[in-house]
Design a protein around this ligand. Structure first.
Ligand SMILES: [Fe+2]
Length: 348
């Protein structure tokens, strides 16, 4: 399996459970690691780590979980340093497990922390290149945890949660899309160096950008196939409908341009108002690009997601017509950072 498949799964997935399967499969093929285990804890629940495993017997999971808590792997075993069965480090021993070598990689994201354990049933020393594979995959896992944390926080904090929940009841696919658009918009916004208040505005706007789809009939919104011109005309009304829906709510005035104009294009061929170039505000351009990226990398009923290389090509082709060229270049840098592993390890 190519690494891009795992990378893509992290982009598309919102589930650690699903991604562990792909990660395990990938690590088995690349470094011969047959068993992996991820323990995650919240600061508030240090004694009860959640366990996510790949090809791991329950008895081993239980032993490792006990070790991880009692011996506090996170604090005491350095990241990437192998722990071996004959090691006795301050009472930490693998004797009760079926593993000879375990490589821990630690995770700390906001209030979530934990350890990804790569377990081998024989003596094993990873080469520097193999360690690099593990580290980069751990970074992908970090990114997935960020996404999940981001969802939880949003639901806790925001007063317009009920509006968003209404959209969820109607169309969970659009809700997933909105979360992803917010996530990519923030990656881009952080790269540009936007202020915390601009990032907050970007986040809320991206989450609510498609809220107008609430008014689109289900048989069009969920149609399993290509839309007719007439149906597409109805879908195209959603930015203006979203604007109408929110325009009288005092707390969301700042996000109205993004809701209304996220389908505008630099060349003026977008909708609903046909704005051109600088007429489209900067934050709107960020969300437009994130929106298109998620559309290209997600699976639709009538087509599978595009390969990352194809997505790159599409972004470059449409720079300065559909998208802001400078933003496209920055976004390509972000994609390259995520894809580092391909060039480092697989020579694809
Ligand atoms: Fe939209």
């Amino acid at each position: 399996m190519q690494n891009s498949v795992f990378f893509k799964s992290v982009i598309n997935s919102n589930s650690i459970f699903d991604s562990m399967g792909l990660l395990g499969h990938f690590l088995k093929e690349t470094i011969g690691c047959e068993h992996i285990c991820l323990f995650l804890m919240e600061d508030s629940q240090r004694q009860e780590p959640a366990a996510y495993t790949y090809n791991m017997l329950q008895v081993d999971t239980n032993q490792l979980q006990q070790l991880a808590v009692e011996a506090d792997f996170f604090e005491r075993i350095p990241d990437g340093r192998p722990l071996r069965q004959d090691d006795k480090i301050d009472g930490i021993s693998l004797e009760k497990t079926s593993f000879h070598t375990i490589y821990p990689f630690h995770i700390k994201r906001n209030s979530t922390y934990g350890t990804l354990l790569l377990c081998f049933q024989t003596q094993r020393s990873l080469t520097p290149e193999e360690l690099q594979i593990c580290r980069i995959n751990k970074l992908h896992m970090d990114q997935l945890i960020d996404k999940i944390y981001f969802r939880k926080q949003f639901l806790k904090e925001q007063s317009y949660e009920s509006l968003f929940n209404t959209l969820r009841m109607k169309d969970s696919f659009t809700v997933d899309h909105c979360y992803n658009v917010a996530f990519y918009s923030l990656l881009l916004g952080e790269k540009i160096g936007l202020s915390p208040s601009e990032l907050e505005l970007l986040k809320v706007a991206a989450l609510l950008h498609d809220i107008g789809k609430l008014a689109i009939p289900d048989h069009i919104l969920m149609k399993p196939g290509r839309l007719t011109d007439e149906e597409f005309g109805v879908i195209r009304q959603h930015p203006a409908i979203g604007y109408e829906l929110l325009k009288d709510l005092p707390e969301v005035q700042d996000i109205l341009p993004i809701v209304r104009w996220h389908h505008e294009r630099i060349d003026g061929r977008g909708y609903p108002d046909g704005l051109k170039g600088d007429e489209i505000p900067f934050l709107v351009r960020i969300v437009s690009l994130a929106d298109a990226f998620d559309a290209m990398t997600s699976t639709r009923v009538y087509r599978s997601s595009l390969h990352v290389d194809e997505v790159r090509k599409q972004l470059i082709t449409n720079a300065n017509t559909q998208f802001d060229e400078q933003l496209v270049n920055l976004f390509l840098d972000i994609i390259d950072e995520q894809m580092t592993m391909r060039t480092l390890t697989l020579g694809e």
